[in-house]
Ligand binder design. Sequence first.
Ligand SMILES: *Cc1c(COP(=O)(O)O)cnc(C)c1O
Length: 220
Amino acid sequence: MSISLNIENISKQLPDGVKLIAVSKTHPVETILEAYNAGQKVFGENRVQELVAKYEALPKDIEWHLIGHLQSNKVKFIAPFVSLIHSVDSLALLKEINKYAAQSNRVLDCLLQVFIAKEETKFGLDEDELYGICNSHHVAEMKNIRVRGLMGMATNTNNETVVRSEFRYLKNLFGRVKLKFFAEQQFFSEISMGMTSDWKIAVEEGSTMVRIGSAIFGQR
Ligand SMILES: *Cc1c(COP(=O)(O)O)cnc(C)c1O
């Protein structure tokens, strides 16, 4: 199947209001251009250096999302152009993003990444850490960031029951956090969950953004 057919096929199965992030990590700019020319304008990358290189090489109306772990000392490279950072996992990082967003005269959208999987290897906040950040007066005082919602990655397993319960947990947590800390903020509205192997389950469980790589571009 071609990239454009893959995008079309996935897009038509997504309900209104669910955004497709085409995860283009490891793929060259020519491949991304093929998706771009098919109408896809939102791309996700997991490494800062690769993201910056692709931003520089590709059309400027692309919306770039950072979906991978972000180190504080790399924020400055992406702050001038990135549209959404999915992977915020500390207050210190949020402060750094706020600082460099201010230098670029921007308000940067962020998601807080929550640990929902059974695996040791996945990054993210546990519920206490998440509440700690949301509760912090610093967050309300940072004028150059907006916390738009939560992101999570399910366990890498064929067991649909496990994956579904992890997504359901994230959706439920989103609801509680919204009520407690962001009830007045309309923009706290996003749940980034679902990738190639589990996006259909994620959408059924309330995802608003799916991050799909292999099903669009093929194996990495
Ligand atoms: C690579 C990656 C994806 C996409 O993975 P696929 O299985 O290729 O769809 C989604 N989210 C994150 C955080 C990733 O690193």
